[in-house]
Design a protein around this ligand. Structure first.
Ligand code: ATP
Length: 691
């Protein structure tokens, strides 16, 4: 096996190798903590996959490896890659290794641990997980119930209330501090907010629901109890955390309580790519990680970039050279060089769209498939003009980070039904579901939910409920479907088809374009096959929703070629041969709402992340005029923008500058014709005659 291990690690460089081999003892006994700081494109993902593979090959129990990633997609990809390498090292057939059952996001793993330990925590294990939309609705509800929707001076809206609550939970800062730092315009409500938040917490308890933040908070709280902490900690020998730069205070606390001495802990990340501060993540976690343990964690630095050409790296490094604080590292590469990245000056967004579409097609003519090209932007709405242009030219594309599939009303309806079945005390889900029945309004829905909430057996309360006479027939249809689903006799995922059968006529009555929407529900049923149970489906889908929308209904065919459109946030961890970045102008990058020093630094890193996705071609677009949609009292407007401040004049040497369309050719010089009239003389003469 030693020979096979050597062969599997042969392609790694010295630092990557050290990271793979660090502290793996006899039968994979865990060693001291390790921090791998990996620059963009330095092979972080591949190193982590090799490390997991090495652990498995050395005899680690896959059940006892906790792998925490930023998205479920990343967890699946890492597991797959680790499985391939491990199979090679062990001399097994591909795909013969067991999956890693504990690979997932902090939120997903938190939800599972809370269900496992529900009895010890006084929780009902069938709790519903509320997504941001649900959480906002519930906050709106308690805000209204407290009379705060009718205050003389306007109380913060439900979305703002939830954002404040979430920030307090995730940053562990006192409310006053959060208001001062991030929501100064809400400071006058500091006295009222705690009572509102207390009501919000009570409402969740009554409905047997937890929101996103609760999953982390409850997990961290569970880890404060020494007995429970010891039980959870003893489940895992190795804990590996990817994208550590984007974790928040709570996640960091969880990790430390899980493994106080750091044994078996590996954290991987890049402080230069921290872009989730706006959600409460703090780059301090990665900067302070080594000293958090005694003895301190070993730090390995991966600085060799395998992705981009030297001119692209030089330009990206130049952007980061002006950053305020970071683990000092400088990426290098020995890939053969190519042209410098382009900085393209265009008059406005329409020209930007035309230029990008032209270039994309030109690259394709040059042999670069559309899939190997991406267009990145700061905010989902920034691609609107380009999308139109692409449709016009028949260039297929898939967009990531835009409208979420799960936000579509009909998808929400169906999921509400499934949640209401799973957790009959969920008032939000119940309310939405029963109002789908014609003739049932908020009053009837409220009466039903009160009855179910008060009953020891909510299912019996639903069966006994007497609706208004005119809706009796439709009601009975619903009650029958609900009871059948609750009984679960069909099993998962077939029961979703029953749910769709009940819902389909309502969908046709309620919405336009019913066949298209039904297609979405069928897609959902398809997705459902990938989940072990109703509970896992509802939870994981809420935590990590599919986020691609395309220019056609349904998922793109796998063998088809399509251009990638993505927000920069959703482009994390990916790479393409050619990358266009839209709107590289002040007011967009940095966004005009980014004011504080921390926020500006995060905006700088966002540009860096975008630039380092490119392997061979990088084009930064600078429209001189661009349109911003904003909610402020000024309404929408056009901005006359300048190139981003993150590329000052001194750094222009790293770019080829292009102005498009090129200025019109100068009109050729024509000699002036000879004078035939002295106009001034003639005008004056008109007053002189006879004066
Ligand atoms: N030792 C190596 N030899 C050759 N290629 C490598 C090596 N390590 C990584 N690569 C290649 O470098 C590219 C970047 O690797 P990977 O995606 O793992 O980087 P990363 O550090 O996760 O990037 P980022 O943080 O920017 O998303 C990939 O195409 C990968 O195959």
């Amino acid at each position: 096996m030693a020979g096979r291990l050597e062969a599997a690690l042969a392609g790694l460089n010295d630092e990557q190798r050290a990271a793979v081999l660090h502290g793996v003892g006899e039968r994979a006994a865990p060693g001291g903590p390790l921090l791998v700081i990996a620059g963009a494109g330095a092979g972080k993902t591949s190193t982590l996959a090799h490390r997991v593979a090495h652990l498995l090959a050395a005899g680690a129990d896959p059940q006892r490896i906790l792998l925490l990633t930023f998205s479920r997609r990343a967890a699946q990809e890492l597991t797959r890659r680790a499985g391939l390498v491990a199979a090679r090292v062990l001399g097994l057939a591909e795909g013969s290794l067991p999956a890693l059952p504990w690979a997932g996001t902090f939120h997903g793993v938190g939800a599972r641990l809370l269900r496992d330990h529900a009895a010890q925590l006084g929780l009902d294990p069938d709790f519903t997980v509320h997504d941001r939309g649900d959480a906002e609705d519930l906050m709106g509800w308690v805000r209204h119930a407290r009379g705060l929707s009718q205050t003389a001076r306007r109380f913060p809206l439900k979305g703002t209330c939830l954002a404040i609550y979430s920030r307090v939970v995730n940053t562990r800062l006192p409310l006053a501090e959060v208001l001062r730092q991030s929501f100064p315009w809400c400071a006058e409500w500091q006295e009222q907010l705690p009572a509102l938040f207390a009501d919000y917490v009570d409402a969740k308890a009554q409905q047997n629901a937890l929101d996103f933040d609760d999953l982390l908070l409850a997990w961290a709280t569970m880890m404060e109890e020494p007995g429970l902490a010891a039980q959870v900690s003893a489940r895992f020998d190795h804990v590996l955390v990817d994208e550590y730069q984007d974790t928040n205070r709570l996640q960091d606390e969880i990790l430390r309580r899980l493994k106080p001495d750091g044994r078996g802990v590996t954290a991987v990340g890049d402080d230069a790519q921290a872009i989730y501060g706006f959600r409460g993540a703090t780059v301090r976690n990665i900067l302070d990680f080594p000293a958090a343990f005694d003895p301190p964690a070993r730090v390995l630095m991966l600085e060799r970039n395998y992705r981009s050409t030297p001119p692209i790296l030089d330009a990206a490094n130049a952007v980061m050279d002006h950053a305020q604080e970071r683990h000092a590292k400088r990426l290098w590469t020995d890939r053969p060089g190519a042209g410098r990245p382009q900085l393209v000056l265009v008059p406005d967004e329409a020209h930007q769209a035309t230029w990008v579409a032209d270039r994309v097609l030109a690259h394709r003519e040059g042999g670069l498939a559309l899939k190997r090209q991406a267009v990145l932007f700061r905010t989902a709405s920034h691609s609107a003009a380009l999308e139109l242009e692409l449709v016009r030219r028949n260039i297929p594309f898939v967009k990531f980070g835009g409208l979420k599939f799960l936000e579509a009303a009909h998808v929400k309806d169906l999921l509400a039904l499934m949640r209401f079945v799973h957790n009959p005390r969920s008032r939000l889900a119940g309310f939405r579901t029963v109002q789908l029945i014609p003739g049932v309004g908020p009053a009837t829905a409220g009466r039903l939910m009160d009855a179910m909430q008060a009953a020891a057996d909510p299912a019996a309360a639903l069966a006994a409920f007497v609706p208004p006479p005119m809706v009796r027939e439709a009601w009975q249809d619903f009650a029958r479907a609900w009871q059948a689903l609750k009984a679960g006799s069909e099993g998962w995922p077939q029961e979703l088809a029953t749910a769709i059968d009940w819902y389909a006529p309502h969908l046709e009555r309620l919405y336009e374009a019913a066949p298209l929407r039904l297609g979405d529900l069928q897609q959902l049923a398809e997705l459902a096959r990938g989940y072990a149970s109703r509970e896992r489906f509802l939870t994981e889908l809420t935590l990590d929703p599919p986020d691609a929308t395309s220019d056609r209904p349904g998922p793109p065919l796998l063998d088809e070629d399509y251009l990638i459109l993505s927000t920069i946030h959703s482009a994390k961890g990916q790479e393409w041969n050619s990358v266009h970045v839209l709107n590289v102008v002040d007011g967009c990058m940095p966004a005009d709402v980014a004011q504080g020093a921390h926020e500006l630094e995060e905006e700088r890193r966002l540009l860096y992340v975008a630039m380092t996705r490119a392997r061979e071609h990088l084009h930064l677009l600078v429209p001189q005029r661009f349109h911003v949609t904003q909610q402020s009292r000024f309404g929408d407007r056009h901005l006359y923008a300048g190139r981003t401040r993150f590329i000052p004049d001194a750094d222009l040497v790293h770019f080829d500058r292009v102005t498009w369309p090129p200025p019109p050719p100068a009109v050729p010089h024509v000699p002036a014709p000879p004078e035939v009239l002295d106009l001034r003389q003639r005008l004056r003469a008109a007053w002189r005659t006879g004066a």
